[in-house]
Design a protein around this ligand. Structure first.
Ligand SMILES: Nc1ncnc2c1ncn2[C@@H]1O[C@H](COP(=O)(O)OP(=O)(O)OP(=O)(O)O)[C@@H](O)[C@H]1O
Ligand SMILES: [Mg+2]
Length: 247
């Protein structure tokens, strides 16, 4: 399997201040991988660094098999990496249709009609300003917008923030389905840890600024303490990972 994202000893942070150290993660073609960790663990910082929105402090980053450690965000996007950032990243004054048209570039092989197949609820809302959609509808639009750009790999930062569990349980399998059908890779940051592990192949748990546990979804799911700790914070996550023999 080809790695679409690969980091080697990547250090992510702000200015000179490292937030995540020596990160070694991979996301392969068609894989759904989740990045777990408590609030402030560095998940968003990691995604922004991979997307090229934050410069890496050190280490190496490959996207689509090419080194992009010092590449600009738009260059990395052009290689086929998409991101749905925390806070959705929509143009709220524009309509649903305008948002989708803006995200679809000329080389994209994905038609707006194709993504509406995944999110039929958006079909009747095409003329509505996206600022007037419900939270769940905005989330669907954010995801649909990322998909019409025809990404080879997409990073989703708390896609389900603020959504009802029932919507989360529909959205996440949709993501899995798209990954399976298109061979797209997904790096998923999700507070709904169990729901995320239900669709993911593998996961990494961040605490204390580094990966404290990694394994298949089944391995991570077995360890309830570790999962709980990945919401609760550093000390607990580290203890639980040690106890579970995952480091
Ligand atoms: N612009 C910034 N400048 C300096 N420090 C920052 C900046 N943004 C975030 N941080 C710090 O970096 C650390 C990691 O933040 P990050 O947003 O990556 O966490 P997260 O894992 O995404 O958390 P959450 O689950 O709350 O979204 C936190 O201590 C945060 O305060
Ligand atoms: Mg975050």
């Amino acid at each position: 399997m080809k790695n679409l994202i690969e980091t080697r000893n990547l250090v992510c942070g702000y200015g000179k201040l490292p937030v995540v150290r020596d990160l070694n993660i991979t996301v392969g073609e068609g894989e759904v991988v989740c990045l777990l960790g408590a609030n402030g663990a560095g998940k968003t910082t990691t995604l922004l660094t991979i997307a090229g929105a934050l410069p890496a402090l050190s280490g190496e980053l490959d996207v689509m098999g090419a080194p992009v450690t010092s590449a600009k965000a738009h260059e990395i996007a052009r290689r086929g990496l998409g991101i749905v950032p925390e806070g959705r990243g929509l143009f709220y004054r524009l309509t649903v249709a305008e948002n989708l048209r803006l995200r679809r570039h000329r080389q994209s092989t994905v038609e707006i009609e194709d993504v509406l197949g995944y999110f039929p609820a958006l079909r009747n809302l095409m003329g509505r300003r996206s600022g007037l959609l419900s939270g769940g509808e905005q989330q669907m639009l954010a995801l649909a917008g990322a998909l019409v750009a025809d990404p080879k790999v997409v990073m989703l930062d708390e896609m389900s923030l603020g959504l009802a569990p029932i919507i989360v349980e529909q959205l996440l399998p949709t993501v899995r389905d798209i990954a399976d059908k298109r061979g797209m890779a997904v790096l998923l940051v999700e507070q709904h840890v169990l729901a995320a592990l239900n669709v993911a192949d593998r996961g990494y748990v961040l605490a204390h600024g580094s990966v404290v546990a990694e394994g298949s979804s089944a391995e991570l799911r077995k360890d309830a303490e570790l999962l709980e700790a990945s919401y609760l914070g550093d000390e607990k996550a580290l203890e639980a990972a040690e106890a579970a023999d995952l480091i």
